[in-house]
Write a protein that binds this ligand. Structure first.
Ligand SMILES: [Zn+2]
Length: 205
């Protein structure tokens, strides 16, 4: 499996591509807002996107899911965030953005293990930024969406956000055995060992 990352837009949203090099197929984690950039990446690297998995349903992570679905891509999101693809809790209205509503193809639950394109993905519910936010665990990598950032954590002042819940979610990640690379929904990458030590928002010993 090969990992590619695209960082796009003023919010520097990270779109990740997990690519099965044998089948030349890809799973996208968070589709951001730039459809052309995603389609160009697909074309330039010569793979076919089969799935989009969302860490949560905010517009800046779930942009274009309807368009991609129309292209034949299956959209996966947590049970609790799925309704946000069909209402204004995706925050598109608040930020004055266009958002095409989308009925997800699949709604996953906590601790579910997905195997897509021979890639194993474990779903860990990490509520707090939204009530249905998740982290995806793939090999030695965590895709944390807007739950955990480099020396920071996600906002909890949006609808369905909850600060105590978010801190508990991050502590749950910190309690995982060993170290993981952390690929957040915005900005730079980090590692779990770095965050256990330097993240000032979460007490951990
Ligand atoms: Zn968000």
């Amino acid at each position: 499996m090969k990992l590619y990352c695209l960082s796009s837009g003023p919010l520097k949203v990270n779109t990740y591509f997990l690519v099965n090099e044998l089948t030349k197929t890809a799973i996208v984690i968070d589709s951001a807002e730039n459809y052309k950039l995603i389609k160009n990446t697909e074309k330039n690297y010569g793979f076919t996107i089969k799935y989009v998995l969302l860490t949560h349903a905010h517009f800046d992570h779930a942009g274009n899911v309807k368009k991609l679905q129309d292209d034949g891509v299956e959209i996966y999101v947590s049970k609790l965030d799925a309704p946000k693809l069909l209402n204004d809790l995706n925050l598109s209205l608040d930020f004055g953005r266009k958002f095409d509503y989308c009925v997800a193809d699949y709604e996953f639950s906590d601790n579910e293990e997905l195997v897509l394109e021979d890639i194993k993905i474990k779903v860990i519910y990490t509520p707090g930024h939204t009530d249905g936010s998740v982290t995806f665990l793939v090999e030695d990598m965590l895709f944390t969406g807007d739950t955990l950032f480099l020396e920071s954590v996600g906002r909890t002042d949006f609808p369905t956000g909850n600060k105590e819940q978010l801190i508990e979610s991050v502590k749950g990640l910190f309690a995982l055995d060993g170290d993981y690379k952390v690929y957040p929904g915005h900005q730079e990458f980090t590692t779990l060992s770095h965050e256990r030590k330097y993240n000032a928002f979460v007490d951990y010993d």
